[in-house]
Unconditional design. Structure first.
Length: 245
């Protein structure tokens, strides 16, 4: 039973993965963001997929989420750890913290968001009450105890359309809705994983205060500097969780 890591911004490879082969799958939904990378990590079978492409060129609204998730299912993956960069809305969710969200709210629009949209299937409504797989969340949280950084054991992820960042008023509204962090890639990825019965959990890295929450303008260079400083925590967490898995 293999585990897959979907790498987000700042994680286009999995350091320490002994790559056995790369596979480009042609799916009924088109091409995946990048080749499916098969390898061994801690002697365990691990698959890696770079969500934004190997060169980080695919923006959140153009990612072929269906092809990515379908491919992981096709190659036999059961568990998916999704890495995501987010902005912090709740004052406790500070830059360079990790968050293992327990809930999400979807604000995305016009993305291909389901596998169940043709007439060949009976009408299907998946249960999505708890969008993240609790088993995998617990494993991430146990592994997080070994990591020297602040890890929040719950949080509500608000998924926005992008690629622009939000307005301050949008963030205020999201806060009133109950969102703790904001990102652009959490949906439809999580729902598609559930539609294919994959166990899916997210490890979010806070890379900036959300719009209107910080003293300064949000710049790509500040985001990149925060990622550069803290992606090591994500790498450590993945090492722990995969080796103990
Ligand atoms: N908003 C949306 N997505 C993001 C942000 C943000 O502030 N930071 C990183 N991804």
């Amino acid at each position: 039973m293999s585990i897959a890591i979907i790498g987000g911004t700042g994680l286009t490879d999995l350091e320490g993965l002994e790559i056995t082969h790369r596979q480009m799958l042609h799916t009924p939904y088109g091409e995946t963001s990048s080749p499916i990378i098969h390898g061994k990590y801690c002697g365990k079978k691990v698959i890696f997929l770079a969500r934004h492409g190997s060169q980080h060129t695919i923006p959140p609204h153009k990612i072929n989420y269906r092809a990515n998730i379908w491919s992981l299912k096709e190659v036999g993956v059961k568990n998916v750890i999704a890495i995501a960069a987010v902005g912090g809305i709740h004052p406790d969710m500070r830059s360079k913290d990790l968050v293992i969200p327990h809930q999400l709210i979807d604000y995305t629009a016009s993305r291909d968001h389901t596998f169940f949209d043709d007439d060949s299937h009976p009408v299907t409504h998946i249960d999505f009450t708890h969008p993240y797989c609790d088993n995998l969340r617990q494993q991430l949280l146990m592994a997080a105890q070994q990591i020297e950084c602040t890890v929040h054991n719950h949080g509500v992820y608000g998924a926005t359309q992008g690629p622009r960042l939000e307005t301050a008023a949008e963030i205020n509204r999201m806060e009133q809705d109950g969102c703790d962090v904001v990102g652009m890639t959490g949906m439809p990825e999580a729902a598609l994983a559930r539609e294919l019965s994959l166990c899916y959990a997210t490890c979010a890295l806070v890379v900036n205060p959300a719009a209107g929450r910080g003293a300064a303008e949000i710049t790509m260079s500040d985001i990149e500097a925060n990622i550069k400083d803290s992606i090591v925590y994500v790498r450590h967490l993945l090492a722990q969780v995969i080796c103990e898995y």
